[in-house]
Ligand binder design. Sequence first.
Ligand code: SIN
Length: 324
Amino acid sequence: MSEPNPDLRAMLCGIRLDDPILNASGTFDAIAAKRVFGRRLIDRFPFSAFVSKTITVAPRHGNPPPRLWEASGGLVNSIGLPNKGLDGFLAEDLPQLAALPVPLIVSVMGSSPEEFAELVEGVAPREEVAAIELNVSCPNVHSGLIVGEQPVEAEALLVGLRELTAKPLIVKLTPNLADPAAVGAAAVAGGADALSLINTVKATPIDPETLRPWLGNQSGGLSGPAVMPIALAQVRAVAAAVPSTPIIGMGGIESGLDALMFLAAGADLVAVGTACFRDPLAAERIRQELTKAMRERSIFSISEIPGRTGWALASTEIEGQLEG
Ligand code: SIN
């Protein structure tokens, strides 16, 4: 008799998901994809929940071009959060995203605690919205905010936002810090329900002709396979710091085995980002490969993945490794 398929079902703060594979914010334009693929996109939607591109209070054009640089094993972007702003999102995009066949997570970024509050108050009451991701980690926008960098500021932001909604608040952490786990733990102490990491790693490609920075904004953020070992180390450290908090792990996932490594490092869910640019159905393939990789290892549910327990006990060892 052949082995049964692993049970990939997952939970995110009370939201039931068919499997643990989401998209990373800003890497899959579901509205454009629906225009091109129509009903086929809905019938074959590649993610178990959809995370929107980050919105801000006011509309933004984004950063000056060029905005992309292909690096060895990755992609540097300096997109700069172009979006329609809160009102444009609610009026035009939300109805279309609500028609997707999976729960919707809206990503928001404010330049002050007041702006974050305005965004949460605008988005959270909408029943189409299952959860909110607070992007405190975009390397391409100079918000002046240090919430993503300072544990005290992160906790204070969350305490303020927590009063505004009972919907799950997910904090997206930056990898551009010595100790992302401290910011993650502070966000959880302030009331965050889940953490997602990593956002992109600060990067400055140099134009070989001019020997000056290539990107219009001078620097950007690196994603793709090149950042995966960094992401795994940080997921492991954050999971050790907040063992009861769901973690969405991401950073260069290209295969089912990559996804399995993130789950083994302590992530509860994973997100596919840069791989979607090359293949919009990458997440579907990754799900099939994850199923196969788990079956080959006689692992039949996410909770059975070895290494997912004991992170808290191992935290001193992990801190030592990060410091070293
Ligand atoms: C961008 O639009 O600049 C990318 C989004 C992010 O890094 O958070």
